[in-house]
Design a protein around this ligand. Sequence first.
Ligand code: NAD
Length: 252
Amino acid sequence: MDLGLKGRKALVLGASRGLGRAIASALAAEGATIYAAARNAQSADLADGVIPVTLDLSDRNSVDALTKRLISEGGVDILVNNSGGPKPGPAAGQDMSAWASAFEQMALSIFAITDALLPAMIARGWGRIITIGSSGVVQPIPNLALSNGVRGAISGWSKTLAAEVAAHGVTVNMILPGRIETDRLRELDANKATKTGMSAEAVRKASHGDIPAGRYGTPEEFAAVATFLASKQASYVTGTQIRVDGGLVRGF
Ligand code: NAD
């Protein structure tokens, strides 16, 4: 199937590893030109058709410099908003500066990038804004209060924006990973192992047991959903959240 991505330009944030890297590779394989953003641009040097660019989501000057450059190069058709996840920890007693920095890196920076790149999409009458969230938006994950809280705000923003730009041919959606096997997931499992005294293998086995599919997802399975949402075929899909979680979340 031709997904209509040849010749499209995409900016993928957090593209040096994990979900962002897999999405950048999948879109590049469909013939899109990718700006792959990472704090260290060299780490996002993936393949032909991929242009590594520097971006630190915690630094507004870095955000402004990149958006200015992209606007001067005609903007992008597809924006994949992805960021590093915050440190684990509870809601009670959480440091206010940790809330502020998580909000800056995960929410304000992507709001600013989207706002800067949106006018060119509207002018062309075609755009795809895809934001990576978490299953914690639907069912908050214990001990990930910063992630659960900030992503709730992003979810409200994404849904509001979708209705504002739908008539201009710009779709705005979120993909919610459950447990996809990336370095971050391995780090969270190691953190749990240290906290509980269980072995990393026992943590992993117990975690697989919570998932109806009986395993973690792969970054490639996740990226396939992002690629569909970026495609021409997904033109009437907007304002949605698609979970990629092997059935982990039991609610609708
Ligand atoms: P990851 O930690 O493996 O990758 C995150 C990417 O963001 C990396 O490329 C990292 O370099 C980049 N990044 C971090 N801080 C940055 C900054 N200040 N500026 C620019 N780039 C920065 O995580 P992942 O597993 O690929 O997950 C991606 C997102 O999805 C995260 O926000 C994560 O919390 C969320 N998520 C992942 C899962 C999962 O199962 N993997 C589940 C739920 C939510």
